[in-house]
Design a protein around this ligand. Structure first.
Ligand SMILES: [Zn+2]
Length: 422
């Protein structure tokens, strides 16, 4: 069975792929090539993991590619850049929303729940950094470097960073939206804009709680999350922080409330909750802290012999009052879940989806390309996790599956029929 035909069949049936493609507009005054042909090429480029607009342009020389996108001629890399600069970003975000809403309605994200709660993870990722190229949305920083003659000098580096919102689970990872960090702005500012939009678009009930890293441990940010209607968990890392010191003092010598073996992380865990703490005056409400003491044996080879060395680590999470009624294990799991961002999704996105490659240095084009990559990631992963027989049987890796989709275009099928209906 042709894998690409299967994928397109699945995406059409479950998400109405053709409708999604047609719903995206761009602002070219004299468009010759229809937006849908460009958008579909970019989306297929994301799914098939094509690394640049130049490579994508070569793909559009394939006869069946042109049949699929309903455009008789190849599309140049300049056109991809030109259209990407002019995409309607609200339309692109709406396609992600449609797909995620369908996944939720189909109960596909149930497996991401912890004790009945769905967590949204927020984290920032740097897109790329460069010395010379600069656009109005570039952030800047000074870095020290040593020149060829050993002299220290300060150079300016330009970079782009985005905050991503996603729901992670053992089976499925979905990306809800992303927001660029503006020049001179911190992560929390971009994160709040992102959360505000997510609440407007997805609604307050799409998930239950937000889990973030220690960058976001700020009274005004946490207060704003409360106001938006979500519970939250944050990692505490700064030793000087009053609430951490208080939790450490109150928790010292306390018997753990729970001991268990975490099969997945292969660690013995002791949890000590410390309730009814005060975080800061700007926050104004009560919080609680859960301390996890984790131990495990690390196997090493030293002097030609296998040895086991005991290891330990400590985690502290602060959580909002609403979660105080839940068992501390929920905080442990919710707190660790956000690391899925770095470990799984970002790895996958960077290695296979060229997330850190700048396709075209323009603020709108970069964001549009990111949104298209997110859509490609969610569609492909939903297909792999929920539909593909080969994946279920463990016969292929995700990379091989993407390659099978690409090979699918070598076959003579009525490709022009997929998006023919209007
Ligand atoms: Zn820039």
């Amino acid at each position: 069975m042709n894998e690409l035909a299967q994928f397109l069949g699945y995406a059409t049936k479950v998400f109405g792929l053709g409708r999604l493609i047609r719903a995206v507009r761009d602002q070219r005054p004299y468009a010759q090539i229809p937006t849908r042909a460009v958008f579909l090429s970019l989306l297929m480029g994301g799914i098939l993991r094509v690394g640049s607009y130049l490579d994508l342009s070569k793909q559009t020389k394939r006869r069946r590619w042109r049949n699929l996108i309903h455009w008789p001629k190849p599309i140049s890399d300049d056109v991809f850049g030109y259209v990407a600069e002019r995409f309607n970003l609200t339309d692109l975000r709406a396609t992600l929303f449609q797909v995620n809403r369908r996944l939720k309605a189909n109960k596909a994200v149930e497996s991401c729940k912890i004790n009945g709660l769905l967590f949204l993870s927020l984290d920032a990722n740097e897109h790329f950094a460069s010395r010379s190229r600069c656009c109005p949305a570039c952030c800047q920083r000074e870095i020290q470097e040593t020149d060829g003659e050993g002299r220290q000098q300060t150079v300016t580096e330009y970079y782009h960073r985005y905050v991503f919102a996603q729901i992670n689970g053992p089976k499925l990872n979905v990306l809800l939206d992303l927001e660029g960090i503006r020049p001179g702005e911190g992560e929390a500012g971009a994160a709040l804009r992102l959360l505000g939009r997510i609440r407007r678009v997805y609604g307050a009930r799409f998930f239950d709680a937000v889990t973030v890293d220690s960058w976001y441990v700020q009274g005004p940010f946490l207060k704003a999350v409360d106001k938006l209607g979500w519970a939250w968990i944050v990692v505490l890392k700064q030793e000087r922080m009053g609430v951490l010191q208080e939790a450490q003092a109150l928790g010292a010598g306390q018997e753990p409330a729970l001991r268990f073996h975490d099969e997945q992380r292969k660690r013995d865990v002791q949890l000590r909750p410390v309730k009814d703490l005060e975080f800061s005056q700007t926050y104004g409400r009560g919080v609680w802290v859960v301390h996890a003491h984790e131990t495990w044996m690390e196997k090493k080879i030293a002097g030609g012999k296998k040895i086991s060395q005991p290891q330990a680590s400590d985690w502290w999470w602060m959580a909002s009052e609403e979660l105080q009624g839940y068992p501390p294990r929920v905080i442990y799991q919710g707190g660790h879940l956000r690391w899925g961002i770095e470990n799984k999704t970002f790895n996958e996105l960077t290695q296979h989806y060229h997330l850190e490659h700048c396709y075209h240095h323009d603020p709108v084009a970069m964001l549009a390309q990111m949104l298209i990559l997110c859509l490609a990631f969610v569609l492909f992963n939903a297909y792999a996790a929920l539909h593909s027989q080969k994946m279920r049987l463990g016969q292929v890796t995700l990379k091989e599956l993407a390659h099978d989709l690409d090979l699918g275009l070598e076959a003579d099928l009525p490709w022009n029929l997929w998006f023919a209906s209007g």
